[in-house]
Design a protein around this ligand. Structure first.
Ligand SMILES: C[S@@+](CC[C@H](N)C(=O)[O-])C[C@H]1O[C@@H](n2cnc3c(N)ncnc32)[C@H](O)[C@@H]1O
Length: 484
């Protein structure tokens, strides 16, 4: 197995940094001082690298992508364009000099697009549409599973819910005279952070036609003290980092795995097309005309495979990472649709921990391909899937197992890339996928055996195990299929 650059730089150093530190000596000799300074910087950088690796931070993106250039207009181009502007009475063209003190500071803190600011979006009927990660962390995920419900379902959680309901009745009561901005104070006792107070700003959002589309609500939260705020920041950064890891994974795993044989084999195995594993009873083919849930659909390889069978499947591809979903939409563009009245792929941003909003007893299959391990506890997801499946419906779960040997899987992937002559081109992506698996995802990979998975499916209400194997995906993954 080759050793990646990231590993060499970050993971293999075991020396204790402090023992190597030298103090910079005051010296009249400048070059000696320079040398000492350079040495000190080098040691600090090395310590930093060790610190990063001990915290298992995501490997840095390669340096060629690091620097985002700042663009400047050449003076004469800017001058020419300003001359054109001078001929028009454009508002703001002659705005007074902007002062950081008088203008910027008086505008103050504007909590709009900052990912650290909790925010959510309501439609014009005050139903919950979406919320950001910061909101989920600060407010104990109180909107999970409530998409489509009235925002009242969330207001009930507030300490001052009665006051908020009275204010809403007064200020939003006249549909012909809605506020453009509505500000109020909310109080919430968090399970993790105790009492919080927030300034809630609801901005009226018009659609492209100018009519009210909904409300963007931001929450400027005050925690009881600084340690609590810092704890919130730490929790939020951890959650964002996990999402960022999936984004980084998305860009590389798709290129790597689609250039192998083992991964398409796994996809075909799980939909019953062919199985590279010899078993007494093969996994049945997905029936034509099926309604299928592809949960944690990633970049859409399984959804695309199902849609390209042209067997009239309606595939609901549910995924909560935006980068994955962007790639999925591009990949499945030929089949995308926004209703479920015909064959195709519906791409939906959704956390599969909560499947509220999908019609019960209406799906023939639910597939989680390499996804269950990414959930802290897949049981709530399995239970909801049970309710969404028809009486004959089937769940199929694949993923790593307790005895998985990641090195063997990656050795196979490496062999596949070499035999398709794509290893040189994909070396960096391969290393990234390998690093993310062994350093970041590994803590979740080896949690269950086939029997554990069967046990979990039984606890979720599935009674019949249709199929199981512990030898899928180059012999390293399990697949378990079950019915209610
Ligand atoms: C290893 S990838 C597998 C993707 C895809 N099923 C495939 O076979 O290519 C795991 C996927 O699960 C997604 N995921 C993780 N947790 C999720 C959650 N709670 N809700 C929805 N998707 C999730 C990740 O964003 C990622 O796309």
């Amino acid at each position: 197995m080759s050793t990646s650059g990231w590993e060499q730089k970050h993971m293999v150093k075991t020396r204790k940094p402090a023992t190597k530190r030298r103090r910079i000596k005051a010296s009249s000799n400048n070059s000696a001082a320079d040398h000492d300074l350079q040495e000190q910087l080098r040691i600090l950088r090395e310590e930093n690298d060790i610190l990063r690796s001990s915290q298992q931070l995501t490997p840095p993106v390669s340096s060629q992508h690091d620097a985002v250039p700042t663009r400047l207009l050449p003076h004469e181009v800017r001058h020419e364009r300003a001359r054109v502007a001078d001929s028009m009475p454009i508002p703001g063209r002659n705005a007074p000099y902007f002062s950081l003190v008088n203008d910027f500071l008086t505008i103050g803190f504007i909590p709009w697009a900052d990912p650290l600011v909790p925010a959510y979006f309501l439609d014009k009927n005050y139903r919950i549409v979406d919320w950001n990660t910061a909101f989920g962390v600060a407010y104990d995920r109180t909107m999970e599973g409530r998409r489509g419900l009235s925002v009242l379902e969330w207001v009930y959680f507030l300490d001052n819910y009665e006051e908020c309901m009275r204010t809403a009745t007064k200020d939003f009561g006249d549909p012909n005279n809605l506020p453009r901005l509505h500000v109020e104070t909310i109080h919430y006792t968090s399970l993790r952070y105790g009492r919080t107070t927030a300034t809630k700003r609801a901005y009226q959002m018009p659609g492209d036609n100018g009519e009210v589309l909904g409300w963007l609500v931001t929450l400027d939260v005050n925690f009881k003290d600084m340690p609590t705020r810092l704890q919130f920041n730490r929790d939020l950064l951890g959650t964002l980092r996990r999402d960022l890891t999936w984004s980084e994974y998305a860009l590389s795993y798709d290129r790597v795995l689609n250039s192998t044989k083992v991964y398409p084999d796994l996809l075909n195995h799980i939909i019953g097309e062919y199985s590279p594993v010899r078993t007494r009873r093969p996994l049945a083919k997905i029936r034509a005309n099926s309604r299928i849930l592809d949960l944690g659909a990633g970049t859409g390889n399984l959804s695309l495979l199902l849609a390209s069978q042209l067997r009239d499947h309606v595939v609901f591809a549910l995924e909560n990472n935006r980068t994955m979903l962007d790639l999925l939409r591009a990949k499945c563009s030929r089949f995308l649709r926004s209703d479920d009245h015909g064959p195709g792929v519906l791409a939906i941003k959704q956390d599969v921990n909560t499947l509220y909003g999908l019609p019960e007893a209406s799906f023939d299959y639910a597939i989680l391909n390499n996804v269950a391990y990414a959930l802290d506890d897949p049981l709530p997801c399995f239970r909801q899937v049970r309710d969404l499946l028809t009486p004959e419906g089937e769940i199929r779960v694949s993923g790593p197992q307790r005895k998985t040997k990641l090195e063997e899987l990656f050795a196979q992937i490496s062999r596949d890339l070499k035999s398709s002559r794509r290893m040189d081109e994909l070396k960096e992506d391969y290393n990234r996928v390998w690093d993310i698996n062994r350093y970041i995802l590994s803590s979740n990979l080896y949690r269950w055996s086939v029997d554990d998975m069967k046990g979990m499916l039984k606890s979720a209400g599935f009674t019949e195990i249709e199929y199981d194997t512990d030898s899928a995906y180059a012999g390293q993954a399990m697949i378990v299929a079950a019915r209610k």
